[in-house]
Design a protein around this ligand. Structure first.
Ligand code: SF4
Length: 247
């Protein structure tokens, strides 16, 4: 599909935000799937499974569940051979663990039967797998196949892109499509890492730290009630832990 060029003023504004965030997140905790991918960038299966586990689940829980599951089974055929109840026990307490266990088992069986035990590398093929939506497929394509043509939109990216005023959308899928029009392709592979890290540390769903936010001069704060400013509070800077590997 041919995309229109991003207007120059918009492109400059997005670039300024992305550069500031790139600098600011150096030292912050990486999202769980990025950490797992950092140790296994070529292992699309681990990225796929951990991304499926991560939906509506806190990062430490996703990381621990992924680790337990991969100790029990490292390949699609091995994971497909596990009983659903065993998968449930291994991934508990991730959100919707029963649902995810069923999807994991069926996805692994399909990977073994249809794709030679490998994770496919196209959006169309990935979307045939049970429990795999555009968010998961985009992240697998970016992290494991090195795609520079995809944007992975989760709830953090959806929320922050709207608050920044880059898009005005109602769902993550709408946000993904709007971001292809609103941002330069150079940023597409990084939007998820940058905005998810920002969303976990600064632009949180509730009580975003606007008063301490380095991109505040560039942000429309659409739909945000800046409580820290109204209360005159001075929130602490986000805790710094370790350097991201992909900035
Ligand atoms: S200024 Fe507030 S709403 Fe805008 S990105 Fe920063 S924390 Fe989020």
């Amino acid at each position: 599909m041919t995309r229109r060029a991003v207007p120059a003023a918009r492109a400059r504004r997005v670039a300024r935000v992305m550069k500031v965030i790139a600098r600011e997140i150096a030292g912050l905790e990486l999202p769980a799937v990025e950490k797992i991918a950092g140790g296994s960038r070529r292992n699309a299966f681990e990225v796929l499974v951990s991304t499926m586990l991560s939906a509506q689940t806190r990062d430490p829980v996703t990381a621990a569940a992924s680790s337990r599951l991969f100790r029990a089974a490292r390949t699609p055929p091995e994971m497909a051979s596990l009983a659903t109840k065993r998968i449930e026990r291994l991934i508990y307490p991730v959100s919707f663990y029963r649902h995810k266990a069923r999807h994991l088992k069926r996805t692994c069986a399909l990977l073994a039967a249809r794709f030679g035990g490998r994770v496919p590398g196209t959006m169309a093929e990935l979307l045939t797998l049970p429990g795999v939506g555009r968010k998961t497929a985009n992240l697998v394509l970016i992290l494991s196949f090195g795609s520079r043509r995809n944007i992975c939109v989760d709830t953090h990216v959806h929320r922050i892109a709207n608050r920044l005023g880059w898009v005005a959308t109602g769902t993550p899928d709408e946000t993904e499509q709007a971001l292809y029009e609103a941002t330069s392709p150079r940023w597409w592979p990084y939007i998820n890492l940058y905005l998810v890290t920002w969303g976990q540390n600064v632009c949180r769903p509730v009580y975003p730290r606007c008063a301490a936010c380095a991109i505040r001069p560039l942000c429309a704060q659409a739909g945000v009630v800046d409580r820290s400013r109204r209360a005159g509070a001075s929130p602490a800077a986000p805790a710094r832990r370790r350097r991201p590997g992909r900035v």
